[in-house]
Design a binder for this molecule. Structure first.
Ligand code: ADP
Length: 428
């Protein structure tokens, strides 16, 4: 029977009983009393049905409803259908949840769900193993109470999660982890934890290899250089045939020495073993000195200017900053043809300072820009080698600037020139 029919029958039944009660009342003279008794019985019946409904919903384990009549039979049946549907979807959800749990448990990467206040809501088995989380103790704890690494704390606060952050596991110094946050919903974040110990070890082996080879090359190079210098100094005693080879040997030894020195510098910077050792430095003074050196290097072939609107002091390593700035300025001198202009500036910004080196040299095609700071990346191998660089200069600049909390930025247009710049925060 459809719902409407139940209600129709109920209304028909109530109307009929009321009419019969009124007729009997008219005959007996007790209309009010009979109507009262009838209404009270009807109400009592409804109360009983409500009570049965409550008992069925709260105490009974039976899915099937108790027998009933009239509209109550319809109500019981509708609730029964609703419960059946709910049980079905609950079963489906439980199955999905248990599948999700087993698959995330099998994940080699740790997954941690963080709430609005970075409190831990849920994590998988791998997160337990990699970070040492404990279901009983750590649910609801802030993640920064468990991973206290300052790099991770500032990554979390910074809000820029495009790149992961690398930290040492809080339970084992030998385990290196890569942590990456992803935001979802409104204020929830998923923290993915990857074990990168093997990658880290390989990278360390590579760094050590480069550092050791460069170091070992230093001694033989010094010896060769010594002999080449002796030959150069007494060139007039050598047959003319040897003059050109001796000059070329001198140039190549010098080039190899620069290469070895740059490789060693890069290894030191990459290893991060040495802290930045921040002291107060005046970038405008450093730049002024380098511009004078650049003028000497240019030998009057370029118009080199320096403009600074402040003598601000920042925190940093003077030697490293000198090396980074001079790499950029000397590159401008080396790559800008005769007659070109080079502008070096140190200007105040709203919340810091900008160092920029601008030239009107050959410029760099946009396809090269993302790779320019890679080791040995060159645009035109022949031309760049003849200019005499090692191909490591911008890689060194990148590392130094990163150690100083800033980033090398490059804008360039072929045929118009290039601008290499970076922004520093003001010291508070
Ligand atoms: P190199 O020692 O070869 O100069 P760098 O790492 O300093 O190596 O620079 C990488 C490459 O970037 C250079 O080989 C050169 O092609 C290009 N480059 C750097 N500075 C400039 C510039 N001011 N103008 C044009 N090209 C440049």
């Amino acid at each position: 029977m459809s719902s409407f029919r139940y209600w129709g029958v109920e209304i028909w039944f109530v109307s009929m009983v009321t009419i019969v009660a009124i007729i009997i009342g008219l005959f007996t003279g007790y209309t009010g009393e009979i109507l009262f008794v009838m209404t009270a019985s009807y109400l009592a019946w409804h109360l009983r049905q409500i009570y049965r409904l409550k008992r069925w919903l709260t105490t009974s384990r039976d899915l099937y409803p108790p027998d009933s009549e009239g509209i109550w039979s319809d109500i019981f049946h509708s609730i029964y259908l609703l419960q059946k549907r709910n049980r079905k979807s609950k079963k489906r959800l439980t199955r999905i949840l248990s599948e999700f749990r087993s698959s995330t448990a099998a994940l080699p990467d740790g997954a941690i769900v963080l709430g609005e206040m970075t409190e831990i809501i849920w994590f998988n088995k791998s997160a337990e193993n990699l970070i040492g989380l404990n279901v009983r103790k750590d649910i609801g704890q802030r993640i920064t109470n468990l991973i206290r690494n300052p790099r991770f704390v500032s990554y979390l606060e910074h809000g820029d999660y495009t790149l992961p952050v690398e930290v040492t596991s809080p339970i084992d110094d030998d385990i290196k982890l890569s942590l990456r946050l992803t935001e979802y919903n409104k204020n929830q974040r998923l923290l993915m934890v990857r074990n990168i110990t093997r990658l880290y070890q390989l990278e360390k082996i590579r760094q050590d290899f480069v550092a050791n080879v460069s170091h070992e090359l230093r001694t033989p190079l010094t010896v060769v250089n010594g002999y080449v210098e002796i030959f150069s100094d007494s060139k007039e005693q050598l047959p003319t045939f040897f003059h050109r080879p001796v000059d070329q040997m001198g140039q190549q030894v010098l080039r190899m020495r620069s290469l070895v020195d740059d490789l060693l510098t890069l290894s030191k910077l990459e290893s991060g073993d040495e802290p930045v050792r921040e002291v107060s430095v005046s970038p405008s003074m450093i730049l002024k000195r380098i511009v004078e050196e650049a003028k000497a290097l240019s030998e009057g072939k370029h118009k080199i200017t320096f403009d600074s609107d402040n003598d601000a002091i920042i925190k940093g390593n003077e030697k490293e900053l000198h090396s980074a700035f001079s790499n950029l300025i000397f590159n401008a001198v080396r790559y800008t043809p005769k007659g070109g202009q080079i502008k070096v500036t140190w200007h105040q910004l709203d919340d810091g300072f900008r160092m920029a080196v601008e030239d009107n040299g050959p410029g760099i095609d946009a396809v090269h820009l993302p790779r320019l700071t890679e080791r040995f990346y060159r645009i035109d191998d022949g031309r760049d080698r003849s200019v005499g660089g090692t191909g490591l200069g911008l890689a060194i600049v990148k590392h130094i600037l990163e150690r100083h909390g800033t980033r090398l930025q490059i804008t360039s247009e072929v045929g118009r020139g290039s601008c290499f710049y970076c922004d520093f925060k003001a010291v508070k």
